[in-house]
Design a protein around this ligand. Structure first.
Ligand SMILES: C[S@@+](CC[C@H](N)C(=O)[O-])C[C@H]1O[C@@H](n2cnc3c(N)ncnc32)[C@H](O)[C@@H]1O
Length: 425
């Protein structure tokens, strides 16, 4: 969306939603300009294409301006683990959670020291491997050409038989990425799905010398990972304590000890299905169909949840303007998940919370999640210090000007807000 579109959207938000009486000011910023990091994929920040991940600039800005290295940092929706990767540079201890087990696999790769590996020897090992790994996923054959499967079983058999942990770590992302490229997934959609475009891609691969292509791509990607890890070392990561919990449900998990700051970006209303996107990788990594099903049932907002009180007139106003019952249900369920989670977690946060949210839309109408959070959290002793408002550049997933479902002008996230809360002393 262009600048005019953003302005119109903000005007619409202004018209429909008054700011909460407790609200601090909103400052327009560009995090990319505020922080001196050459790109959003610098070092290890973009090794893996995790949907809706933080850009490192946001976390760096927060840590540089609001914390000192003695303070502990907590991200309950860790995702790719950017909060941890930046915390290590500033020297802060951190804890991250996520439902998605990928966090526990990807984050250690992002912060590991580079090691030298003999790529040609690995490729030779793969070619001669007698090991075989078949994913525990009944439908995996629908996602790959039958010609590719025996080859992939062997490569992944080699991977799972590797004894050297570090070599295995370096190989993980390149093998996942190249395997996905050989699948029917349309990788531009950030949601596991077949398309005409991806079918054409697979046919083209099949018509080529595809085994050679696979190893070329793999080698190129191993080098990319190693370069990223070297770049990360040049940012001088410190020795810090960290804890990662994955496969956990944020709605049932409690912090064992207090943390100084919370920095997070929760899922948006209906905008992403993280488990659906990750499952192709998780199966190849050895997770079972049963485990993935169990985790998917817990994903916010596609899950059951008990109602909880929401102290926000803006929430009531947005809810009341929704006529369709099933949409009301989705809307309520999302806020019960989100608000319930923050209401519980805030009890263990000592000083500040930084919550990165967009203006999601329901039936083409903007929902100011930030205002709802500000109103609600003020009841629990949190002062809204300010909001830093940035325009999304890289994270935009869709670019419709008219929402095809509602036939209204699209009000999906284009502006994102970092809402900063301070505990009342
Ligand atoms: C916006 S993403 C976070 C991205 C993260 N900030 C990053 O930099 O990669 C939201 C995350 O919430 C996680 N999530 C969804 N439901 C959850 C639940 N019930 N418990 C824990 N995490 C959940 C998703 O797996 C996803 O990684």
């Amino acid at each position: 969306m262009d600048g005019k579109g953003d302005q119109k959207e903000m005007m619409m938000n202004k018209k429909t939603v008054k700011r909460a009486p407790t609200a601090g000011k909103v400052e327009k910023v560009s995090f990319r300009d505020l922080v001196d990091i050459p790109s959003t994929t610098h070092a290890t920040f973009g090794l893996y294409n995790y949907p809706a991940k933080f850009i490192p600039h946001v976390i760096t800005h927060v840590l540089e301006n609001y914390t000192d290295p003695k303070m502990s940092v907590f991200d309950p929706f860790g995702g790719y683990g950017t909060v941890g990767t930046v915390s290590k540079i500033s020297g802060n201890d951190y804890e991250m959670w996520d439902l998605n087990p990928l966090l526990g696999i990807l984050h250690p790769i992002s912060i590991m020291k580079p090691v030298t590996i003999d790529i040609q020897n690995i490729i030779k090992g793969m070619k001669n491997s007698k090991e075989k790994f078949v994913p525990d996923w009944e439908r995996h054959q629908n996602w790959f050409k039958k010609e590719f499967l025996p080859f992939l079983y062997r490569l992944w058999g080699y991977y799972h038989s590797l004894q050297d942990k570090k070599t295995k770590m370096i190989l993980t992302i390149p093998l996942l990425k190249t395997t996905r490229y050989f699948s029917y997934d349309d990788m531009q959609r950030q949601k596991l799905s077949k398309s005409h475009r991806s079918e054409k891609r697979v046919e083209k691969i099949l018509a080529s010398d595809w085994k050679t292509l696979f190893f070329q791509m793999l080698e190129r990607d191993i080098i990319r990972i190693q370069n990223g890890q070297e770049e990360y070392q040049r940012l001088h990561p410190k020795k810090t304590k960290y804890k990662i919990q994955t496969g956990i449900d944020v709605m049932q998990q409690n912090l064992k000890e207090n943390k100084d700051v919370l920095i997070t970006s929760p899922p948006y209303v209906q905008s992403q299905e993280y488990m659906r996107q990750a499952k192709l990788d998780l199966y190849w990594l050895g997770f079972s169909e049963e485990k993935i099903r169990e985790l998917s049932k817990l994903e916010i907002p596609y899950r059951n949840v008990e109602p909880c009180p929401i102290y926000s007139p803006t929430y009531e106003k947005c809810l009341n303007r929704i006529e369709e019952d099933h949409i009301r249900k989705i809307f309520q369920r999302y806020f019960w998940c989100m608000i319930g989670t923050f209401t519980r977690l805030q009890e263990k946060i000592n000083s500040r919370m930084f919550i990165f949210v967009g203006h999601s839309s329901t039936r083409g109408r903007s929902t100011p999640i930030d205002v709802i959070l500000i109103e609600h959290l003020s009841k629990f002793g949190w002062i809204h210090e300010k909001t830093l408002s940035d325009k999304i550049v890289g994270r935009r997933l869709f670019a419709y000007s008219i929402n095809p479902a509602s036939k209204r002008k699209d009000a999906r996230t284009t502006i994102e807000n970092l809402v900063i809360f301070k505990r009342r002393s």
